[in-house]
Ligand binder design. Structure first.
Ligand SMILES: NC(=O)c1ccc[n+]([C@@H]2O[C@H](COP(=O)([O-])OP(=O)(O)OC[C@H]3O[C@@H](n4cnc5c(N)ncnc54)[C@H](O)[C@@H]3O)[C@@H](O)[C@H]2O)c1
Length: 280
């Protein structure tokens, strides 16, 4: 979908990080934008910073009623919706067995539930309009084999599956409504900075509250990998441009780090090997 002045975007998780950068890039292109976030104070500040073409709608994306209210407020203010960016997300880490089930549920209800709610509420409006685009933010963690972040990786894998399904369905029913799934590597936001702080020498002390010491001792290689990844961190503005370029070119996947393609390839290769050769 070509992005044009006068169109309307909705961006969740827009008080900070990638979401805020996407909202700013849309305003730069002349779109009007509804920004949504659970952090009402930061959201208000973001909307004020981005100017008078932006409305702030405090929203917990895990709550269907609140996402419905987000759509109502957007349509009341702007009269249309062209682009929906389901970006809000949270993380949780640790060994899979040691993560509190409440934490699994929290990650699932925000990351997956938020995307599902966004799709459920906004897709009928885009179908009725006959055009539009939905962006769902997954992660490189949803494409690759990882460790110590199973709730997050599982939620992001689910978002990829949901997005592929939605794209196929809309391809049949409303071909001018596009779908993109974003799989960023490290982007310079609070979320990634939190991870690198854990990987810092004194970060281990924080983890020791949640992880058994014998597990903690085995984490050094993963922490080294996070520190290594941080060297390739991209600014939020660059991530936003990659996302909007994917929207405009109708790409299914938007990724930020060509250097990490090998990680996705390793998983695919493992799957392909399991099939063996057609001859058996
Ligand atoms: N930063 C990275 O390296 C990276 C990498 C891959 C994927 N991602 C994904 O990108 C998206 C944006 O993350 P970010 O790095 O900008 O993080 P961030 O923490 O800077 O921003 C996330 C925003 O989502 C909001 N949020 C959290 N729960 C919410 C809820 N229930 N309802 C509404 N808003 C909520 C937060 O208040 C925050 O403003 C997330 O989905 C994240 O998983 C980030």
């Amino acid at each position: 979908m070509k992005l044009e002045a006068g169109q309307v975007g909705v961006v969740t998780g827009a008080a900070n990080g990638i979401g805020r950068a996407v909202a700013a890039a849309l305003v730069d292109r002349g779109l009007r934008v509804a920004v949504a976030d659970v952090d009402a104070d930061a959201l208000e500040q973001t909307a004020a910073d981005l100017g008078d073409q932006v409305i702030a709608v405090p929203t917990d994306v895990a709550e269907l009623d609140q996402v419905r209210a987000l759509a109502d407020r957007t349509l009341a203010a702007f009269g249309r919706v062209d682009l929906v960016v389901n970006n809000a997300g949270v993380g949780a880490g640790g060994p899979s067995w040691a993560i509190d089930p409440a934490n699994w549920n929290r990650v699932w209800s925000v990351n997956v539930g938020g995307v599902v709610n966004g799709i459920h509420v906004f897709t009928p409006h885009l179908i009725a309009a006959g055009h539009g685009h939905i962006v769902n933010t997954a992660s490189l963690a949803g494409l690759t084999v990882g460790m110590f972040g199973a709730p997050y990786a599982a939620s992001k894998s689910a978002i990829i599956a949901i997005s592929e399904s939605l794209r196929g369905e809309l391809g049949l029913i409303a071909p001018d409504v596009g779908v993109t799934v974003v799989c960023p590597g490290p982007v310079d936001t609070q979320m990634f900075r939190g991870l690198t702080e854990l990987a810092a020498p004194d970060g281990a002390a924080q983890q020791s509250e949640t992880m058994p010491p014998e597990v903690l001792a085995q984490l050094a290689p993963m922490m080294d990998a996070i520190a290594e990844m941080a060297k390739d961190i991209v600014p939020t503005g660059r991530a936003a441009e990659i996302i909007l370029a994917a929207v405009e070119s109708g790409k299914l996947y938007a990724t930020t780090h060509p250097v990490m393609a090998h990680a996705a390839r390793e998983r695919v290769d493992t799957i392909l090997e399991s099939f063996g050769s057609p001859a058996g």
